[in-house]
Design a protein around this ligand. Structure first.
Ligand code: SAM
Length: 265
């Protein structure tokens, strides 16, 4: 048994998998040999690029999905600008539609929620495999949105960049500074691994918890946002970088810490 990250092509998708293998420097394995591997695989199939656990009876892959399932439900029935995440970034304040920078984009769910409520969002993700999933999700969504103008206009407000936060910020000119910077760094899971959602489990395995450098993101963000920095944390987690926010919006499992730099316009 070999434990490593591999790329697995379903029949008919070998060419795309080969391209990804070259881009990411990750070995492509033959589908028939998959049971010799444990660990994680990027699976390329008709649904796009997904992340999957290998091993006996593996659960299905996780994709970045901006169109269906829970993200669609939240877009249509999710509480709009009354949601804590929206209030935290200032959406709804006298028609304020922030230019927002999400420096820890992951699979882009939070960014999508904010874009669907009117924010214009740049999503920055440094992990090449996570960025591959994100970019694939965005591309598929753009194809599927051709028949759905509302979704199309949300996607026009979303852009993905593969970069570390620090590198991205170092290239910004003063006129390009975002109104709001949003941070949601990884946090070690509190529940036993069996109970943690499948997607979180895969993510922790792939990306780790990054607890060490997450703190450094806050001072960096505070130096580059115009109005505020918002940090998403588990409800009982300590403040990022040990810094007390101006105020927090607390939900059952999640908290949004708001660091105010300037009053919203
Ligand atoms: C908890 S996930 C974010 C989930 C996201 N909010 C969502 O709704 O899908 C954190 C992500 O931030 C990325 N990340 C962490 N530190 C980063 C940095 N310094 N620059 C860019 N991305 C970073 C990680 O690779 C990981 O994918």
């Amino acid at each position: 048994m070999t434990e490593q990250l591999v790329i697995l092509a379903r029949p008919g998708f070998e060419q795309r998998a080969g391209l990804l293998s070259g881009e990411l420097g990750i070995a492509q394995i033959d589908q028939n040999l998959a049971d010799r591997y444990v660990g994680l695989a990027l699976v390329v199939d008709r649904d796009g690029v997904g992340l999957q656990l290998l091993g006996p009876k593996p659960p299905g892959p996780v994709y970045c999905d901006f169109v269906g399932g829970s993200i669609r439900h939240r877009r249509l029935y999710g509480g709009g600008k009354g949601q804590d995440i929206a209030k935290a970034v200032g959406l709804g304040h006298k028609g304020f539609r922030p230019r927002l920078l999400d420096l820890t984009a992951g699979l882009g769910r939070d960014s999508f929620v904010l874009a669907s409520l009117g924010a214009v969002v740049v999503m920055v993700e440094r992990h090449p495999v996570v960025f591959t999933l994100l970019a694939d999700g965005l591309e598929r969504a753009r194809e599927q949105a051709l028949a759905e103008p509302e979704l199309q206009s949300i996607l026009e407000r979303l852009k993905a960049v593969g970069s570390s936060a620090a590198d991205y910020l170092s290239c910004l000119e003063a006129s390009q500074l975002p109104d709001v910077i949003y941070l949601d760094p990884m946090f070690p899971p509190r529940e036993k691994s069996g109970k943690v959602k499948k997607e979180m489990q895969l993510f922790h395995q792939l990306v780790g918890t990054e607890a060490d450098d997450a703190d450094s993101l806050l001072p960096l963000a505070l130096a580059h946002a115009r109005y505020r920095v918002v940090v998403k944390r588990p409800a009982h987690a300590p403040h990022l970088d040990g810094r007390e926010p101006g105020y927090s919006l607390k939900g059952k499992s999640t908290r949004f810490d708001v660091y105010t730099l300037k009053k919203l316009p």
